[in-house]
Design a protein around this ligand. Sequence first.
Ligand code: SAH
Length: 352
Amino acid sequence: MTDRVAALIQKLTTTHRLTLSEYTELIQNRTPKAAAELAKRAVKVRQEIYGNTVFVRGLIEISNICKNDCLYCGIRCSNPHADRYRLTPEEILACADEGYSLGFRTFVLQGGEDPFFTDKVLCSLIGNIKEKYPDCAITLSLGERSRESYQRLFDAGADRYLLRHETANETHYRKLHPSTMSLATRMKALRDLKEIGYQVGCGFMVGSPYQTAETIAEDLKFIEEFQPDMCGIGPFIPHKDTPFAGEAAGTLELTCYLLSIVRLIHPPVLLPSTTALGTIHPSGREMGIKAGANVVMPNLSPVTVREKYELYNNKICTGEEAAEARDRLASRIRSIGYEIVTDRGDIKKERN
Ligand code: SAH
């Protein structure tokens, strides 16, 4: 590691910010030593805020029907090979019942932009889950909706919303999405969600086609300014029925490096070690935690639909990442010195 990189890491640790060109430099000149130093510091600040706890969320993939056509995504509307499904509100409630008994206190409802899930349907579903489990948080990850819709869902009881910004660079955004979508709309949705009062998550894929050190620097700058409560960062993994079928996947190494940087930019952030990270490497999730992540999101969807929610190929869904294997997951997490807790797992803004 050069003195210059060491100085950048020191500056990032103390000021929680770098300039765009400094972020670019930190990414371009990374070495295993720099990664180890960043991880050590990231783990230290996370420890000061969250101790050795790792939060879990029960992920319920409510539908793979989507009106969008994101070029990277396996459930894009123009993929005729996707085997489409939609859970009924009763099935979703049954997943929450199972999740509650397994010790989950946050349910994440994620899905494609499926017109079936109107405000009316969702508000009634959210109300039912909240009525039955008032001690649980509900996170939504259902894409772009109007501000009025976000407000209604919040009023019905939703606590958090995950909407990855995908890339903070306009030109890059256009290369990943159809012309009907825009970075401006995405950013407006994120601002709306924050103003309404949600705990908000942004995020991006690592190694998506056309990504460069400069575009990643813009992602980091955006995170620094937006101060999200949550941030989803996982490797891009190609899906065979998308225009990006032949592209390379993102790496474990760069994903972990960026997890550490994001932890240092915004120490209290809730940072998942993603399923995608667990998919590209058998101990990817543990490595993400060792780099500074503090959340895992096991799959609570009915086993029959898990393979159909195929954003990318070879998605893991029946090993320790399955919610019903919470004990096995807990012992894997314990083996690296952390403890899974039965808790809503809200962001902690003050240090212990
Ligand atoms: N429709 C919702 C949920 C999308 S799926 C929304 O728009 O927010 C959640 C995330 O999966 C996406 O934000 C994207 O970053 C990620 N994803 C999609 N395709 C992927 C792929 N091929 N590899 C890795 N991650 C992918």
